[in-house]
Design a binder for this molecule. Structure first.
Ligand SMILES: C[S@@+](CC[C@H](N)C(=O)[O-])C[C@H]1O[C@@H](n2cnc3c(N)ncnc32)[C@H](O)[C@@H]1O
Length: 244
């Protein structure tokens, strides 16, 4: 399972909402008449500030916990977002979009990578002619430089209700396959008492710049640009590509 209840609580406490510069980037890319789709919108970290800024954006995610949090966080700001609960691999939506955005490397969660390629085709089918695909991808440079490709780390965060969530992460990178296998564990403590535990397994694939450009070309995107951006404490390559 990915992005369950504890992971969602951790994510929201850790990331909350997008900063202004991330929001203004999308305001430069789109106008208020455009219809935008955010696949893998999660708990609305970016979707909610974009709605607040006046963009017309729909979200899709397959995590109940993330979507519930998105609805709740939006409601507290008097917003009712249009959200669809679905696997991205299964979508066949009635609308075509002016833009599809996938921030912070979410496309890298599709595994094996053929699933990501299929998803790029699905996105193309949902874009209007000349509609834009915008996606941030990252390269895990730390994993590349280590001799030992295995890594353990722990984190701890205080949530808005005062409880503590401790997470442990066991990552194994395969540099030749460009994949990290992650085993994550979340434990929630209220008044020092363990109240809930959640395990999560996921894979993160990575892609290099010119590889991405070739893949996008293969799937019929054109006018491909890549810009380097610093988001959420990491460097990302943001690809902007157009449907034909
Ligand atoms: C890193 S979070 C990103 C959330 C949001 N886009 C943001 O910028 O904060 C990745 C999201 O992808 C969702 N997800 C992962 N695999 C998915 C799939 N196959 N179909 C739909 N959503 C998926 C997860 O539930 C999670 O909410």
């Amino acid at each position: 399972m990915m992005y369950g209840q504890l992971c969602t609580e951790f994510y929201d406490a850790d990331k909350n909402f997008s900063p202004n510069d991330e929001v203004s980037f999308y305001l430069q890319m789109f106008s208020k008449n455009d219809l935008i789709l955010e696949p893998m919108c999660g708990s609305g970290r970016l979707l909610i500030p974009l709605l607040q800024a006046g963009l017309n954006i729909h979200g899709i995610d397959n995590s109940k916990a993330m979507l519930e949090s998105c609805k709740k966080r939006a409601k507290s700001l008097n917003l009712i977002p249009i959200l669809i609960e679905s696997n991205i691999e299964d979508i066949f939506l009635p609308e075509k979009y002016d833009g599809i955005i996938i921030p912070l490397g979410s496309l890298q969660l599709f595994y094996p990578r053929e699933v990501a390629f299929n998803v790029l085709q699905i996105f193309k089918n949902h874009l209007k002619p000349n509609g834009k695909l915008i996606m941030d991808l990252f390269i895990p440079w730390d994993a590349l430089y280590k001799d030992n490709e295995e890594e353990f780390n722990t984190r701890e965060i205080k949530t808005s209700d005062g409880s503590i969530i401790k997470s442990t992460h066991h990552n194994k990178a395969n540099k030749y396959e460009q994949i990290i296998s992650c085993e994550n564990n979340y434990k929630k403590y209220i008044n020092n008492k363990l109240t809930m535990e959640e395990k999560e397994n996921m894979h993160i694939c990575w892609y290099y710049r010119y590889e991405v450009e070739l893949i996008l070309e293969k799937y019929g995107y054109h006018n491909i640009q890549c810009v380097e951006r610093f988001l959420n404490g990491e460097t990302y390559m943001t690809f902007i590509a157009e449907n034909s």
